[in-house]
Design a protein around this ligand. Structure first.
Ligand SMILES: [Zn+2]
Ligand SMILES: [Zn+2]
Length: 85
């Protein structure tokens, strides 16, 4: 009786609580492997996602951030003319 109860418990755990995919970088956990993969791709994938600003060497987490960063730059051109002084 007891063993079958135990087996039932384990069976339920594998269905509901057992399949957690933990992120090794920030310890967030996801119920689906797809979600974890997406999380890593967007949050931790340095090779694919990190962009470097060619003007000042700042690392940015994505091309959208770089674009935003670039827009900020064009507004503060004052720092570039600083070299001429
Ligand atoms: Zn993470
Ligand atoms: Zn920059």
């Amino acid at each position: 009786m007891l063993t079958s109860n135990n087996q039932m418990m384990r069976h339920c755990i594998t269905h509901f609580g057992g399949k957690n995919f933990d992120c090794e970088e920030c310890e967030q956990s996801f119920s689906l492997k797809f979600n974890l993969k997406h999380h890593i791709d967007t949050q931790h994938n340095e090779n694919a996602k990190k962009v470097i600003c060619r003007k000042c060497g700042t690392y940015l987490s994505g091309s959208r951030q770089l674009k935003y960063h670039d827009n900020m730059k064009t507004e503060s051109r004052v720092s570039e003319t600083f070299d001429d002084i």
